[in-house]
Design a protein around this ligand. Structure first.
Ligand code: BG6
Length: 497
């Protein structure tokens, strides 16, 4: 008899969000401004060009601070989880979630980042969220910093460029670990620490015009160095305060294929993969890889380290490796004129002619997920956690309140099968899976609400208009069945709705 295929016992199925994209309530509960509250949307420009959305100037910040507008600053309203969290968690529970990945907005706890004492209202808000999760036995997986540095740290200290910010972060981590020690076992330090390269403002609070005359790459790597040290210290604090806790790094898993089998293209793909891995290499092995040190030397990147930094990074590496995976792309040593290119997660690269693309041009490649899992596990031999994956698509809410999203079901179905292949056939250890934006939220790169990832539809448009009522999409029922059967239903023809 054929054996039934399913995921390992205890596999943590769930979904993921981030405070800056889902929460809203930007001025409530004593919250201070974060960098994301001042990230303007550009609904009027080509939304596949992520660069346009992430170049923030001092003038942009001043304009943002002078207005209460929520239309062009959509992260200020998000999906209004701040007021809907009970309902949202009940819906997650209905799907059978075992885990919910969320972030704590640093500026809700320390509104200015450098405050003497934490904001009790903010602490209480997340305690309420964790209590709600506990009611349904949903394990929280908490990102300490997901594009949410308090704005004051940008204005007063130049964000993560300043060493002082490490100390503020330590205090924040100590505060949340102490307060939530009975609630949270799984933690991530910085979301996509590597994204400092691609969007230095939201990740590191770096505003380019504040560093005039300075070597920009050195500024970025200095800020990243501070985050590496802060991440190691956060791991220590977490382990000290919460015995048995597990702390992970979080990497944007960009997966590059050589466009042809020309050795030059293969080499280019290898080089590009290394520029993805260099960050997790640092956080897992606790030291800068030789090829990153060489890059510093060759590009004239100079960073300042304190004498104790190397030892701190070495002593407190991460316990597991988490990552986001959405798509793959191709690269070539020389891009011939007219070669077709397409968008990916904050990149723009050569289009793979063998695979389809999403409405936003991101190429859909389930086998790429298996390839990514194998590469990461072989490289690090640490448990993996897939903490972001999913399809941003345009959904339609029908008059009867239904949302038919077979494209999303197909996307997940194919990715889950490859995930299981990686676990069963390739021997990869994977703790769990949280789909990105399990409830519709504001997109990071385009700031659109209409780029929907959720199993739960939120009735709000790109201008923040709508009832914010929640609706179950078809994929909601499908995912519920996947969780209930621990993936066995993926191999049956029918599923219960
Ligand atoms: C990840 C980020 O890189 O991609 C999320 O951690 C983001 O914050 C997600 O939302 C999807 O990207 P986008 O641009 O479609 O929102």
């Amino acid at each position: 008899m054929e054996q039934i295929r399913k995921f390992p016992e205890g596999f943590l199925w769930g979904g993921a969000t981030a405070a800056n994209q889902v929460e809203g309530g930007w001025k409530e509960g004593g919250k201070g401004l974060s960098v994301s509250d001042c990230a303007r949307s550009h609904l009027d420009v080509d939304v596949t060009d992520y660069q346009k959305h992430n170049e923030i100037t001092t003038k942009d910040i001043e304009e943002a601070m002078a207005t209460d507008d929520e239309v062009y600053y959509p992260k200020r309203h998000g999906a209004d989880f701040f007021h809907h969290y009970k309902e949202d968690i009940a819906l997650m529970a209905e799907m059978g979630f075992k885990v919910y990945r969320m972030s704590i907005a640093w500026s809700r706890i320390f509104p200015n980042g450098d405050d003497e004492t934490p904001n009790e209202e903010g602490l209480q808000f997340y305690e309420n969220v964790f209590n709600e999760l506990k009611k349904y036995n949903i394990e929280p997986l908490v990102t300490m910093s997901h594009y949410e540095p308090p704005l004051n740290l940008v204005l007063k200290y130049n964000g993560w460029y300043s060493r002082e910010v490490i100390g503020f972060f330590e205090k924040y981590v100590e505060t949340i670990c102490t307060r939530y020690k009975n609630h949270v076992k799984y933690w991530l330090t910085f979301n996509e620490v590597d994204s400092m390269i691609r969007h230095p403002y939201t990740t590191g609070g770096l505003v380019r015009d504040r560093f005039e005359g300075m070597h920009w790459e050195s500024v970025i790597f200095q800020a990243m160095h501070h985050q590496f040290v802060a991440s190691a210290l956060a791991t220590k604090i977490c382990h000290d305060i919460i015995p048995g806790s597990m702390v992970g790094c979080m990497l944007t898993k960009l997966t590059f294929y050589p466009y042809t089998c020309k050795p030059e293209d293969v080499l280019q793909a290898q080089q590009d993969m290394r520029s993805t891995y260099c960050y997790s290499d640092t956080q897992v092995f606790g030291e800068y890889p030789a090829y990153l040190v060489a890059r510093f030397k060759n590009n004239g990147v100079v960073i300042h380290k304190e004498p104790e930094d190397d030892a701190i990074m070495k002593k407190y590496p991460v316990d597991f490796v988490s990552f986001s995976y959405y798509s793959s792309s191709c690269v070539a040593a020389k891009e011939d004129e007219g070669i077709e290119k397409t968008a990916g997660n904050t990149i723009f690269a050569i289009k793979n002619p063998h695979i389809p693309s999403s409405d936003w041009g991101w190429q859909i490649d389930p086998i790429g997920l298996r390839i990514s899992m194998v590469d990461l596990y072989d490289r690090y031999r640490k448990p993996l956690f897939i903490v972001e994956n999913g399809l941003g698509a345009k959904d339609v809410l029908e008059a009867d309140g239904k949302v038919h999203d077979p494209y999303r079901i197909n996307y997940f179905d194919a990715h889950f099968k490859e995930m299981l292949n990686a676990i069963e056939i390739d021997g990869v250890e994977c703790l769990g899976y949280t789909s990105w934006g399990c409830i519709d939220l504001v997109s990071e790169s385009t700031k659109q609400m209409s780029k929907r990832y959720g199993f739960i539809y939120v009735d709000a448009d790109d201008y923040g208009k709508g009832t914010y009522d929640r609706y179950r999409k078809d994929s909601f029922y499908w995912y519920k069945n996947v969780i209930k059967t621990n993936g066995a239903c993926l191999f049956e023809d029918e599923f219960d709705k």
